[in-house]
Write a protein that binds this ligand. Structure first.
Ligand SMILES: NC(=O)C1=CN([C@@H]2O[C@H](COP(=O)(O)OP(=O)(O)OC[C@H]3O[C@@H](n4cnc5c(N)ncnc54)[C@H](OP(=O)(O)O)[C@@H]3O)[C@@H](O)[C@H]2O)C=CC1
Ligand SMILES: O=C(O)CCC(=O)C(=O)O
Length: 431
């Protein structure tokens, strides 16, 4: 396990890319162009703390590729954020936008900070100062941030306001994931979870068609790791819109298990009570749900597992004990490459992260279009457009997978690389 952790996340991501590049016969010159990040910005910036002291924090913004359009990707606040991690996440954003066919490149940002240690006003000062520092490479048509781990609509509001203050006018297009009251889109908060559920349902349909899953929805069991924006909204859409049985959920404090499956009403209540970073286990076990650890959740005897928390949740150590036959990756990079190989060799069907969780950036694109035009859509239209984009991307990747007889992750890379490579060749390299 220690051995795996020392490996660079960016290098791991490039290994996935290289597998696809070699199968599709990508020109080695183009490979060079497509792998390297375009810009990497590191900022050390001061924040005045409530007790009058000043602390210096480190933050990053990496723009990986901007060939198809403006760079796009979230900003995370977490104590483990490093440049290497942000580079990997920016790299995946490029392929995410390309696979779901929206006109964006890839970027990501992060600040190395444990946000639970900050007061509300310290968080505001940190957010505003960080955004101001990275503003030198941002713009409504250049690079558009969004939420990620431990950032939300409130943080996006501060970002938008900071940028708008310096421009002298309200700039809706500078970030997505804003609250609806200040120009966000209906349906953005739920979009990543809803999109994962679309992929999950289509994967079940596909496996049934191929005779690889012979169960009715009522008989299918699901476990979800992570109960933040992504995991909780997946839990909600799944329990509201299908008859499958969601039997386990978790956050960093641990998991809750219910043999007959959580109802949508229970998920809603748990979402309400874990608002403002309150923990599942510490706050909510009055109903007598059985408590399990995160490790136990991953190894449950379920049909479907969706890791929706952090990267490297499933490693060489625990992958041998995973019993799920379908994994739908909600988090970015939840499987190490070694775990991926082990699970594929056990015939586990894996819907890869940058396809499964592309619903977030897709509705971010819809939000950006609405903001740039100052014209806002209805929820039904957002959901319909998301469904169309996601199912079309899902079956594009399935076709590629069947054509090359490969796994779904490699197929998603081939589809995405082909789009960005074609655009790169058309635009040319000058001088
Ligand atoms: N937000 C978005 O639109 C998108 C997010 N993603 C990816 O999805 C993943 C989750 O993001 P998001 O939901 O936004 O983040 P949040 O911060 O909203 O939630 C993260 C969740 O993961 C839990 N968690 C953190 N560490 C662990 C751990 N070690 N073990 C178990 N659970 C843990 C957190 O628990 P606690 O709250 O108790 O800390 C929380 O429930 C990330 O990989 C992110 O990059 C991908 C696409 C879009
Ligand atoms: O909504 C966005 O722009 C990007 C969200 C994100 O960071 C991700 O998909 O990983």
């Amino acid at each position: 396990m220690q051995e795996e952790k020392r490996v660079s996340m960016f290098d791991n991501a490039v290994k996935q890319f290289d597998r696809a590049a070699s199968i599709m016969g990508l020109d080695p010159n183009l490979r060079e162009v497509l792998v390297k990040p375009k810009r990497e910005l590191i900022v050390n910036f001061p924040v005045r703390m409530d007790d009058g002291t000043t602390k210096v924090f480190t933050g990053y913004r990496v723009q990986h590729n901007m060939t198809l359009g403006p760079a796009k990707g979230g900003i995370r606040y977490h104590q483990n954020v490093t440049l290497d991690e942000v580079k990997a996440l920016a790299f995946w954003m490029t392929w995410k936008s390309a696979v779901v066919n929206i006109p964006y490149g890839g970027a990501k940002g992060g600040v190395t900070v444990e946000p639970s240690q900050l007061s509300f006003s310290e968080l505001e000062r940190l957010s505003r100062r960080f955004f101001y520092e990275i503003q030198v490479i941002l713009g409504e048509e250049i690079d558009i941030p969004a939420p990620d781990v431990n950032t939300d609509g409130q943080v996006m509001s501060w970002y938008m306001d900071t940028y708008s203050m310096s421009k002298g006018h309200t700039s809706l297009g500078i970030v997505t994931g804003k609250p609806v009251e200040i120009g966000g889109s209906v349906g953005r908060t739920e979009a990543t979870g809803r999109g994962i559920n679309i992929c999950l349902q289509e994967a079940v349909n596909y496996l049934r068609d191929k005779g690889k899953l012979n169960k009715k929805d009522e008989e299918i069991t699901v476990a979800i790791q992570g109960f933040g924006n992504v995991g909780s909204n997946l839990a909600l859409t799944l329990t509201e819109e299908s008859k499958m049985r969601l039997i386990a959920i978790s956050d960093v404090s641990g998991g809750l298990y219910k043999e007959h499956g959580f109802t949508a009403a229970e998920i809603r209540a748990l979402m309400e009570r874990t608002k403002n970073r309150k923990k599942l286990l510490l706050e909510v076990n009055e109903e007598g749900y059985k408590e399990i650890s995160n490790e136990e959740l991953l190894m449950l005897n379920v049909d479907i597992l969706s890791p929706c928390a952090m990267e490297n949740a499933i490693t060489i150590d625990n992958s041998k004990d995973i019993q799920a036959k379908l994994i739908v990756e909600g988090a970015n990079g939840p499987l190490t490459p070694e775990a991926d190989e082990i699970l594929l060799s056990k015939n586990v069907f894996i819907v890869p992260d940058f396809l499964a969780n592309s619903g977030g950036v897709t509705v971010s694109y819809f939000e950006w279009l609405q903001g740039m035009q100052w014209d806002f859509w209805e929820l039904e239209d957002v959901r319909k457009a998301l469904h169309k984009k996601m199912t079309s991307a899902f079956y594009d990747v399935i076709k590629t997978m069947e054509k090359y007889e490969i796994d779904m992750r490699t197929a998603a890379y081939i589809k995405a690389i082909d789009r960005v490579a074609t655009a790169t060749k058309l635009r040319g390299i000058y001088p």
